[in-house]
Every structure is written in C-alpha cells, then in structure tokens.
Ligand binder design. Structure first.
Ligand SMILES: Nc1ncnc2c1ncn2[C@@H]1O[C@H](COP(=O)(O)OP(=O)(O)OP(=O)(O)O)[C@@H](O)[C@H]1O
Length: 269
C-alpha cells in the first residue's frame, strides 16, 4: 500500500467471509475464508483464477448480498444492505441510449440526491467529464462514443455522487490494449485529483500492479485470501514503471501465485 494510505484507518474490512450459493445440485461453496483490509484512500486490486468468486466479492462489499459467515465493514459500519456510498463500474458500461452522456452521468445524483439543483448536478458531472477528457461530448448519445469513451463516461457516473468506495469489476477488460493503458492513467489521475478508496477486480496482472497499492490473490474456488502483494512503487508512477525490474519481479511473483491458485505447481507456465 502507498505511504499515505498506510497511515490511515481501514475503510473496508472483510473478515473471515464465507459464502455458498444454493444450487439444484446442493450448496456451491464460493468463498472460504476471505480477509481483506483496504485503508481509506487505498487501492486493492483483486486477482484470481476464473470463476473463483471475484464478482461475488463485489456484491458482498456493495451490500447487494450478505455472506453466510463472516463480516464486511465499510467506514466503521457493518454492511447489511446496499449502500449509497458505493460507486460501481463494470466491464460493459450500461448507458441509457435515450439519454445524453451528461444525463447518464448525473443519473446516480437523481437517485441519491433528489433535491440537488440540476445546475449543481451538471457542474459536478462536467468537472469529471473534463478530467477524463470528454469535454465537448456531454450532449452526445452513448452510441456516438467509442468503447473507451463510454467506459470513461461510466467512470464519471460511478464517481459523480462522491462515493466512499469505488468497486470496479473488470472495467477495462473489453478494451484494446492501448485504450486500456490510457484508462489506467486516467484512473490514477482521477484518484490524484479526488482521492477515493477502490477495489478493482481484474484478470490483468500489469493492470493490478500499475493501479493497485496492494494486489490480493485469491485461491481457486472456494476462494480464500492466498497472497497479498504490497505494491511498493512511486505514487506518481507512469507506464514506464512496468518495465523496471522491481515491477517485473512483482509480476513474476503474481504469475507464480496465480499458478498456485490454479492448482499448478507454482512454476511459470
Ligand atoms: N447466483 C448464483 N447462483 C449460483 N451460482 C452462482 C451464482 N453466482 C455465481 N455463481 C457461481 O459462483 C462461482 C463464482 O462466481 P463469480 O462470478 O463470483 O466468479 P468470478 O471469479 O467473478 O468469475 P470470472 O473470473 O469468470 O469473472 C461460479 O462458479 C459461478 O457459476
């Protein structure tokens, strides 16, 4: 975790979480002993084998589901239901085509702050749209934007109500490599300008190291916290950092941990 984050209290605490889904074939254990702490302003990237329970984890943090065992705490309060203080972004940003980009971005404010004047809502949205490079596109319809631009707009929408926590489930997974790297930099810039606490689910180890200040590796299903990597890289990192030996070592360690999680022998394959 970063130096600033290290000094602060934990905003997200996941303690001994176990969860199983009820299926026709009986209970399907998905999480089996998850412990994750994210300090205020921290960024946890979560990686793990396919189907190990990463999306389930996002639902537990956001309060959309309750764990069968264990506890999830957010800002000193136990999570027992959906929270207004959480923002979410997914792989496929669902934008309403009959609304403009501006109208899509202010949507969460219409729900969580119904009495906020429209001008204030739009000012907040505009500030974010400018920060992600979408100034001038606020009047367009979602279909008039590229996939990367839609994902930028979706990040603005996830942040417009100033959530305590941003939860992202594979938000850059469907983008081409260059657009993805652009968005990584946008993410870091957004956090530099307006700090927030973040949990990112990803399959991309480079992304986890570039964006995270800790990388949590989950084991295969039922998942437990297998390994936590402290990403001790400069706060003002650029993409070049990924080519440096320190980052390469981290990527190598993570690759080995994923192999272990997949039930292999720990060697790089
Ligand atoms: N509502 C549900 N009912 C029953 N089983 C479910 C339900 N939701 C998820 N599962 C199962 O739980 C397991 C974990 O699902 P989850 O989506 O959390 O994994 P994941 O790690 O996010 O997957 P991926 O890496 O493929 O995106 C999967 O085997 C999935 O089929």
């Amino acid at each position: 975790m970063g130096r600033a984050a290290r000094l602060m209290k934990d905003l997200i605490e996941i303690k001994g979480v176990r969860h199983a889904y009820t299926t026709k074939a009986g209970p399907l254990p998905v999480l089996d002993g998850l412990d994750i702490s994210v300090p205020e302003g921290g960024f946890a990237a979560v990686v793990g084998p396919s189907g190990c329970g990463k999306s389930t984890l996002t639902k537990l943090i956001s309060g959309l589901m309750k764990p069968r065992e264990g506890e999830v705490w957010l800002g000193g309060e136990k999570v027992t239901g959906p929270r207004k203080t959480v923002g979410m972004a997914f792989q496929n940003p669902v934008m309403l085509e009959w609304r403009t980009i501006m109208q899509n971005v202010i949507l969460p404010l219409e729900i969580v702050a119904p009495r906020m004047p429209q001008a204030e809502r739009e000012a907040r949205a505009m500030e974010l749209l400018e920060m992600v490079g979408l100034k001038g596109f606020e009047g367009k319809r979602p279909s008039e934007l590229s996939g990367g631009m839609r994902q930028r707009a979706s990040l603005c929408r996830a942040l417009v109500h100033k959530p305590q926590v941003l939860i992202m489930d594979e938000p850059f997974g469907a983008l081409d490599a260059f657009t993805r790297e652009d968005l990584w930099q946008t993410m870091r810039e957004l956090r530099r300008q307006k700090p927030f606490t973040c949990v990112l689910i990803t399959h991309d180890l480079r992304e986890s190291v570039f964006l995270g200040d800790q990388v949590v590796v989950l084991s295969g299903r039922p998942a437990r916290t297998q390994f936590v990597l402290d990403v001790d890289l400069p706060e003002d990192r650029t993409l070049d950092v990924l080519f440096e030996p320190k980052a390469q070592d981290m990527l190598h360690t993570l690759r080995n941990q994923i192999s272990i999680a997949q039930g292999r022998d720990g060697a790089v394959h």
